[in-house]
Design a protein around this ligand. Structure first.
Ligand code: ADP
Ligand code: ZN
Length: 436
């Protein structure tokens, strides 16, 4: 396989050198935080741990965790580790699960983050010759800014489209010959559907690759997008708190995402006990950012569930890999006592040939949880008779029962009736929260 690296000196570093680099940076970072962030210093003092106690990577487990609740409590400046005058940027989370939090960046922090995005673009085959069409939202959301900066670093011709105005997206994509598309997978799907509606075939666009992330998506959805757009679709993961997209990215092997370990230490913990789990176990992902100057989070609990594996990758990278996070500890729905992830419902839909345009509605009626799944019919199926539609609903219900262990009520609805997302898709409406 061809080697595609942006910074091979780090991306292919032998494992023992990565560990040595991480150790050195961890010791420095803990000191920096202890001295400059009273909020975290208090947490360390409460646990009775001092910067001098951190000598090896194993000592990491002595340090206290940070969670989104801490970020909300310390909002806006409580976790800032440098004077504001040294900061050049603020970004904010999307607020998927509640109040948004903000993160600060020095110029070095922005550079490091953009390098991470550049690594992702190069891993997806990006070069100076590419037209990189960035349809993540620009603004406070990190998607647009991160991929935009990464695209510049690679030297691609950057098209700062931002999200929305799908007509214009399609027009520029075709007129300017976009070769790499960066956006959320749900928006990629929408752009793909729009091209199809216009009668533009996958081989008529110049796209070769897409870099999609910021929300969960299944392998089934990947195949769908790849065939709609005629591209290879790569996953990219990140979160504002730790920098933004590019914390981890997929290589051409497409079996897990390499975590940029020269900048971040990843751990997987048991979400209930907080105990670190051995490699290969499924648990909550926790990050320590080693180079961030302005907003250096130590042992930040992401709430994303995944598995870490270290092994030889055919791409030559040595960085540990994470599986796609197919759920967050906080998007798991508990319905009649059963744990349900939206991604499980999506997998059933796509497996049975439906589009991933769906919405889940949860409610409580007479003290019993209800689960309704609204799924769009494709235009080809829409003309089917009522009997046919009922039969399809039944068959989806029984497939979901097998997957979830409970039976939802499935409603097939007309094409284009579920609102399309230009950023992160809204998959779940939990009305139970309104009654609480
Ligand atoms: P918010 O937590 O408000 O959505 P962000 O916009 O910073 O804030 O999004 C980060 C979160 O998005 C991650 O913690 C993760 O849950 C999700 N995410 C990002 N990239 C991916 C991806 N490739 N696959 C699945 N989920 C992702
Ligand atoms: Zn690889």
């Amino acid at each position: 396989m061809e080697n595609r690296y942006f910074q091979p000196e780090f991306e292919t570093m032998p494992e023992k050198d990565i560990k040595a680099l991480q150790t050195k940076k961890l010791i420095r970072q803990v000191k920096h935080v202890y001295e400059n962030v009273p909020y975290y210093r208090n947490l360390m003092d409460e646990k009775g741990v001092k910067p001098e106690d951190i000598k090896t990577l194993d000592d990491l487990r002595k340090l206290p965790f940070l969670s989104k609740a801490d970020l909300r409590e310390a909002y806006p400046y409580g976790l800032l580790a440098v004077p504001l005058s040294k900061c050049v940027r603020i970004q904010s989370t999307s607020g998927t699960t509640g109040k948004r939090v903000v993160a600060f960046y020095t110029q070095n922090d922005v550079d490091m983050w953009e390098d991470c995005c550049a690594r992702a673009i190069v891993a997806a085959g990006g070069t100076k010759g590419d037209v990189c069409h960035v349809s993540y939202g620009y603004g406070l959301f990190t998607g647009g800014a991160g991929l935009h900066g990464g695209s510049h670093k690679v030297g691609c011709l950057t098209l700062p489209m931002s999200s929305g105005n799908t007509d214009r997206q399609v027009q520029f994509m075709m007129d300017l010959g976009s070769t790499i598309l960066c956006c959320t997978p749900s928006y990629a799907e929408f752009i793909g559907e729009t091209l199809k509606e216009r009668g533009i075939k996958p081989d008529e666009n110049k796209l070769k690759a897409g870099i999609f992330g910021a929300e969960p998506w299944t392998e089934e959805m990947r195949r769908d997008i790849e065939s709609l757009l005629g591209i290879k679709a790569y996953d990219i993961y990140g979160l504002t708190e730790i920098s933004g997209p590019g914390v981890a990215f997929e290589c051409e092997e497409q079996r897990g995402m390499h975590i940029n370990e020269d900048h971040f230490i990843a751990e997987v913990i048991d979400p209930d006990t907080g105990e670190p789990l051995p490699e290969g176990s499924r648990g909550e992902l926790v990050f320590t950012s080693l180079d961030k100057e302005a907003f250096p989070l130590i042992r930040y609990r992401t709430r994303d569930i995944c598995v870490l594996t270290r092994g030889k990758c055919t791409c030559g990278r040595t960085f540990v890999k994470m599986t796609k996070p197919l759920g967050r500890t906080d998007d798991m729905l508990i319905i009649r006592g059963v744990n349900v992830f939206p991604s499980q419902i999506e997998a059933v839909l796509i497996n049975q040939g439906y589009s991933p345009n769906y919405q889940i509605e949860v409610d409580r009626v007479n003290n019993t949880d209800t689960l309704d799944v609204f799924v769009e019919l494709s235009p080809e199926h829409f003309s089917d008779t009522i009997k046919d539609v009922e039969r399809q609903e039944q068959s989806l219900q029984s497939a979901m029962k097998t997957m979830l262990g409970i039976v939802p009520k499935v409603h097939l609805v007309a094409p284009k009736t579920i609102e399309r997302s230009e950023g992160k898709a809204v998959r779940v409406i939990d009305k139970r929260k309104l009654h609480d």
